[in-house]
Design a protein around this ligand. Structure first.
Ligand code: ZN
Length: 324
């Protein structure tokens, strides 16, 4: 006597009744890259369909995102001037603060998440203040300016801040700073388990954030480490992170599942630029059915344990879901 699994696969309605995982546009956060200027919209060569945009173009984009049912964005900024401490990120008239204000004014119900880091704002491209002697980033000095940056975002009207710099103690420091100025209800989504990954390559083109020397291996995680990956997220949960994250996603599905099983905190994953670029390139080369591979990849993230997905594919996913 054997079990006939195929019995429940015999028609589409039955298959959808027994489907264990689903996708909806409520799951998605769409990344946007803000640059100064007006009427500026430049596509990134390695990431077809992804643009650097001036604030007026971002506002237009937010309109079309909401038409597609996408109500959450995560903002990255490319400042006009970069310096050693990332001053633009600490200024209430800086590119991110200005973008937050403009978006919230035009679309009050657009949920605006802000990436909180310094690599796009420093002339050396590292995620904080340099510790020259050790050719690395000074952890505790960076916590201080991270707290300042968080308050700039909070005062500008951000709905959630997302620190991505992998500094130790960053969640505790940020929670304290936000609470001290009354932002007790502003959530923190931590890039809690972030690997030093080659999959970030194309992002550094769009965010203009490649380090001018060295790499990020003294603060981002070794891709080989599974126990440490879980411990990083559990630590951020204990420090008060409201949402955790695993980044990248596709090569780290095991880590997504591990973190899901280790905590009860909501979990986001970042489907990164290199993952997007690979699918695009394979689709354009005609070697895969792009749309089906994209949807299968998204469902894999959910199945692995993700509650929400940051993805450059979000608009295309919305179009596929709408046709269904
Ligand atoms: Zn960074």
């Amino acid at each position: 006597m054997f079990k006939r699994f195929r019995r429940l696969r015999m028609n589409a309605t039955l298959r959808s009744l027994v489907r264990e995982t689903t996708l909806s546009m409520d799951d998605f956060i769409y990344p946007l890259f803000a640059k100064s200027g007006e009427g500026f919209k430049k596509e990134i060569g390695s990431m077809p369909g992804v643009f650097q945009m001036s604030i007026d173009e971002i506002i237009k984009e937010c309109g079309s995102l909401q038409d597609l049912g996408i109500n959450s964005i995560i903002l990255f900024g490319i400042p006009e001037v970069k310096d050693s401490v990332g001053s633009d990120a600490l200024c209430e008239h800086g590119i991110i603060a200005s973008t937050i204000k403009a978006v919230k004014k035009a679309y009050p119900n657009m949920f605006v998440v802000t990436d909180l880091c310094f690599c796009e704002f420093t002339d050396h491209g590292h995620c904080g203040i340099l510790d020259i002697e050790h050719e690395s980033v000074d952890n505790d000095a960076t916590l201080e300016i991270l707290a300042k940056q968080a308050l700039v975002h909070a005062h500008a009207g951000a709905d959630m801040i997302a620190p991505s710099g992998m500094m130790d103690g960053m969640i505790e420091a940020l929670r304290e700073a936000l609470d001290s100025e009354g932002f007790i209800n502003l959530p923190i989504m931590s890039y809690s388990t972030k690997f030093a990954s080659a999959y970030y390559g194309p992002f550094r083109d769009v965010a203009e954030s490649a380090p001018s020397f060295g790499d990020r291996k003294t603060y981002q995680m070794d891709p080989a480490n599974r126990r440490e990956a879980i411990a990083e997220s559990v630590e951020d949960e204990m420090q008060g992170a409201d949402i955790l994250m695993v980044k990248p996603a596709l090569a780290y599905l095991d880590i997504i599942r591990d973190v899901r099983n280790a905590t009860s905190t909501p979990l986001c994953i970042y489907n990164v630029s290199g993952e997007y670029a690979m699918l695009k390139a394979a689709g354009r080369a005609g070697v895969i059915d792009y749309e089906r591979v994209m949807m299968e990849t998204m469902i894999a993230f959910k199945r692995a344990g993700a509650d929400m997905i940051i993805s450059y594919h979000a608009k295309e996913v919305a179009e596929v879901l709408r046709r269904k």
